[in-house]
Design a protein around this ligand. Structure first.
Ligand SMILES: [Mn+2]
Length: 337
């Protein structure tokens, strides 16, 4: 962990019961919820009063995590969430690097005089926190929560409940241990989690084998009818209009992971998914090797993320957004071809 931070300062901070709020990014994924609820379960074990606040709701396949029933959703329980932030003595920012990533909740955090701690693996962390643990080499924020508890000298307190949450985040953010961010340290941590009782098969099934029939058929439709390849640039994309999503009774999270299927075709190294949601086009980009989709997302889709996985948005039509993607490919001819 960050060697410039004196662990004793944080050990002292947490030596007496504190009111703590844990926040994570919009459209929370398994790493966002796994790191948040992993840390939540650790901190309540230590006698603190802890609340997790998400900007908006998150998919059903993440609801099994211990402590899920206590999560406050900012855009649904706004007054409660504002009060919790105002009362907090310590506020964590997990799995995001900038208050703009949590929209209105960010404004409340800006006003707060609480001690702020960021734990995150995205590039270019903002400077508002009192303590920043930022490491873009790390597989996941969940892995960093394990490191954080270890940093506090309290690894022995990591139990099965905490471990299941952290395992979920590590599993998904590494693409099931495939992505380059999967280091020997990642496997060592996971080995320890299994040793303390985490059942990896159970966590896998709870996350990946929970499709509704509609979701599976939407995937089939995407692959059969919607997937378009631009083979000269080793690229492919899927675009889905709101009418198409409606036809399959789309629920938040249903298209999670769909973008990766495009990369499973030999010779394809860049994939995109465009979905028309809430009046904007959501953009997901994935790549292999040295193709930096974080740069593409920043330059063309008002977004960002990691080198091989990034996201963004577009205010244009679905068709115009897909065209923008196709038009941008020649700019990256050198790295794509
Ligand atoms: Mn993450």
């Amino acid at each position: 962990m960050n060697s410039t931070i004196d662990p004793n300062k944080l050990i002292t901070l947490f030596s007496e019961p504190k009111k703590i709020v844990i926040t994570t990014h919009k459209n929370p994924d398994a790493d966002a919820m796994g790191s948040s609820l992993g840390l939540y379960n650790y901190l309540i074990l230590k006698g603190h009063t802890v609340n997790v606040i998400t900007p908006n709701s998150y998919p059903h396949f993440l609801h099994w995590m211990p402590g899920n029933e206590t999560v406050t959703v900012f855009n649904k329980q706004t007054d409660k969430a504002k009060q919790l932030i105002a009362d907090a003595q310590v506020i964590f920012s997990l799995d995001y690097n900038n208050l703009s990533r949590i929209e209105d909740a960010g404004k409340e955090i800006e006003k707060s005089g609480a001690v702020k701690i960021m734990i995150d693996h995205h590039i270019e962390p903002a400077s508002y926190p009192d303590y920043t643990f930022s490491d873009t080499e790390k597989s996941s924020t969940s892995e960093m929560i394990y490191d954080f508890i270890n940093f506090l000298g309290d690894k022995k307190s990591i139990n099965k409940t905490i471990g299941e949450c952290l395992y979920a985040g590590i599993l998904t953010d590494t693409g099931s241990f495939r992505f380059p961010s999967t280091h020997p340290s990642t496997h060592r941590i996971v080995a320890e989690l299994i040793e303390i009782g985490v059942n990896h098969a159970t966590v896998y099934n709870r996350i990946f084998n929970t499709y509704t029939e509609d979701r599976l058929r939407l995937l089939g439709y995407c692959l059969f009818e919607k997937l378009k390849f631009i083979k000269e640039y080793k690229a492919g994309y899927i675009s889905l209009s709101k009418e198409e999503l409606k036809r399959f009774n789309f629920q938040a999270g249903d298209t999670e992971g769909f973008v990766n299927y495009t990369l499973s075709v030999a010779g394809i190294r860049l994939a995109a998914l465009f979905t028309e949601q809430e009046g904007i086009i959501r953009v997901s980009l994935r790549s292999e090797g040295d193709i930096d989709v974080n740069k593409m997302a920043r330059a063309h889709f008002n977004g960002g993320g990691h080198a091989n996985a990034a996201g963004g948005r577009s205010d244009d039509s679905l068709e115009a957004t897909a065209k923008r993607f196709e038009d941008m490919l020649p700019l990256y001819k050198d790295i794509l071809c």
